[in-house]
Structure formats: structure tokens, C-alpha cells
Design a protein around this ligand. Structure first.
Ligand code: SF4
Length: 324
């Protein structure tokens, strides 16, 4: 195993809310690990915690938080600032979150190289042009003089990924990077991400609510619900034989051409992700689960299958009451 990021028992809280309740996650070099779930399930705050970008009021703890084998849970702000944008990079759904509208593309990209690499201005300009070219931005030298609002959404996304990759990070965290893009640009972006990942051997942690994106790019998938990972495994295994009722519900909600007759209804999961407070016990999905039993209010057992496939449910791998 060549783990770039290792997380054990990550917990995040805000006031009375337990947003993340003990998740374990490993992202390996050259691998895309998708964290999937509905809004409010805790996936974005989990990612932000890796970069230590949580709001000050957040409670945060982890039994282990290691990056390239080194424990970073206790690393101070100075050490984290050195890692961010250098060995670890993050891209967001909306490029304007990370691109400053008041500065040109060039000044923002060059600043990254000058700060992290101490590069001369001329060397930084050359590197920025090369990176923009690499991610398919046309007329890259001219783009350096443009402001973010002068670019299309797809181009802004490419500039954002070029900026994130300038220092050749080991880990790229992408939070819903394709949600704001139309379908064709989304497909181009996912292809670009896959190409770059292959070339650079990047570890990618991709956060999404879109199982179509997961199917296209993920090596491994973790399905998150109400602050916990309820199912994890190799993407093919989870899609072929989902074990957790929530994963099954999500997969049944994907439209499959030819399988859903015109006017037919897609699967859906009624209700919303609950907000969990301290002292909550049992399965957080039970108010929405079609097969919930009274016993589901008791602590939930975890079942381990082949190749790291695991899920947390009172139903066993055969779908029968596990008796735990
Ligand atoms: Fe449904 Fe119970 Fe399994 Fe939760 S533990 S997913 S309520 S069967």
C-alpha cells in the first residue's frame, strides 16, 4: 500500500451538532477515492479538516491523520500553510471561491510559485504557461493577463486545476468540482483529471453527490451518511453488489437509459439527512430506511467482506438480520 492520506476516527462537531462521527479513510497514490453522500452528510467538512480549513468554532479530533506517512494532526498553522497549495491542493465547485476576482490569472498563479518555491518571476511565468497548456487552456500567455470574469466557467475550472497543480502536489482534494458545469464540460473535466492523475501519480479525494461521477472516475468509494461512512469498497464491487440500504437507495435513484420507461418513476429516498447530536445511538438512517427494525436503534455492527468492502448495518451480508 502506498498511502498518501490516512485518516482514523475523524470527529468534527459544531456546538451540539456531531457533523462527523468517527470516519476512517485511506487515499493511495495514483488512486481516486470518492466520498459520496447527500448535502449535510459531513463530506465537505471532512475534506476541509484535512487541510485544517475548518471554522475556528469547530471541534476536531482524529486518532490518526497522516499525510505521506507523517502525522499532521498536531501540525501548527505554519506547517499546514507550507503543505497547502504545495504538497496538498484543493479545488472547489465554484472556481471563484479560489480565484480572486480582483487579480489577474497570472498574478494569482505566479504568487503560488513565488511563495512555495521561491521561483523568479520569469521562471514562474514559464511554469504557469506550461501548466495552463497542459490542462488544455488555449493562448495561455494571453490568459495570464486576464481576470477570472473574462473566462468561461469551463476555462476557469481549468485555470483552477492548473493553479492547484503548479507545485506538483501529492494529494488533490476536489469538492464537487463538476457540479456547476454543463454535461459536456463536465465530461471533459473528468477526462482531464484522470489524464493528469495518471501522468502525475496523484492521489485524489473527490467529494460528490453524483454517483455518475463516481462510476466514471473512482477506484474506491466511501458512502457517507449523517457523519459516518456506511459503506466502503472498490467502486466496481459496491456498484455491483451494494449492501447498505442507503447505498442501494442512492443507486436506484440514478436514471439508466433504456431501463426506466418514459414517464416511469426513479427510485428516491424520502426525507433528509438528520442532524445528529451528542448521545445519539443506533442507525441514523432508520427514519428513512424501508427495512428498519426496532433493533436498529441499537449500536450498529460493521461487516467486512473481501477486498476491504465493508458496511455498517443490522442486516448482514446476506440481507438477513445479523443478530448483532
Ligand atoms: Fe436500515 Fe437498520 Fe440497516 Fe439502518 S441498521 S440501514 S435502519 S436495516
Amino acid at each position: 500500500m502506498n498511502a498518501v492520506l490516512e485518516i482514523e476516527d475523524l470527529r468534527i462537531g459544531f456546538g451540539p451538532l456531531e457533523a462527523v462521527r468517527g470516519i476512517d479513510l485511506v487515499v493511495e497514490r495514483g488512486q481516486t477515492h470518492c466520498l459520496v453522500g447527500e448535502s449535510g452528510c459531513g463530506k465537505s467538512v471532512s475534506a476541509l479538516s484535512v487541510l485544517r480549513l475548518l471554522p475556528k468554532r469547530a471541534r476536531f479530533s482524529a486518532a490518526r491523520l497522516a499525510f505521506e506517512g507523517n502525522d499532521i494532526a498536531g501540525l501548527g498553522e505554519r506547517g499546514m500553510a507550507r503543505l497547502r497549495g504545495d504538497r496538498m491542493a484543493m479545488i472547489f465547485q465554484e472556481p471563484m471561491t479560489s480565484l480572486n476576482p480582483a487579480y489577474t490569472i497570472g498574478s494569482q498563479m505566479i504568487e503560488v510559485l513565488r511563495r512555495h518555491r521561491g521561483a523568479s518571476r520569469a521562471a514562474a511565468v514559464d511554469r504557469c504557461i506550461a501548466m495552463l497548456e497542459r490542462v488544455g487552456v488555449t493562448a495561455p500567455a494571453m490568459r495570464l493577463g486576464q481576470f477570472p470574469h473574462q473566462l468561461s466557467g469551463g476555462l476557469r475550472q481549468r485555470v483552477m486545476i492548473a493553479t492547484a497543480l503548479l507545485c506538483e502536489p501529492a494529494l488533490l482534494i476536489a469538492d464537487e468540482p463538476t457540479t456547476a458545469l454543463d454535461v459536456t464540460v463536465q465530461a471533459q473535466f473528468l477526462r482531464l483529471l484522470a489524464d493528469i492523475q495518471r501522468q502525475m501519480g496523484l492521489a485524489v479525494l473527490l467529494i460528490t453527490h453524483d454517483l455518475g461521477v463516481v462510476a466514471r472516475v473512482a477506484d474506491r468509494v466511501s458512502v457517507m451518511y449523517a457523519g459516518r461512512i456506511v459503506e466502503h469498497g472498490a467502486t466496481g464491487a459496491v456498484f455491483a453488489a451494494p449492501r447498505h440500504p442507503y447505498t442501494r437507495g442512492l443507486l436506484a435513484s440514478i436514471p439508466v437509459p433504456g431501463k426506466i420507461p418514459p414517464g416511469g418513476r426513479l427510485g428516491s429516498i424520502p426525507g433528509i439527512v438528520p442532524r445528529i447530536g451528542a448521545g445519539f445511538a443506533g442507525c441514523a438512517f432508520r427514519a428513512r430506511c424501508a427495512v428498519a427494525m426496532p433493533a436498529c436503534a441499537a449500536p450498529v455492527p460493521e461487516h467486512r467482506l473481501a477486498d476491504g468492502h465493508r458496511f455498517a448495518c443490522h442486516l448482514g451480508p446476506d440481507g438477513a438480520w445479523s443478530g448483532a
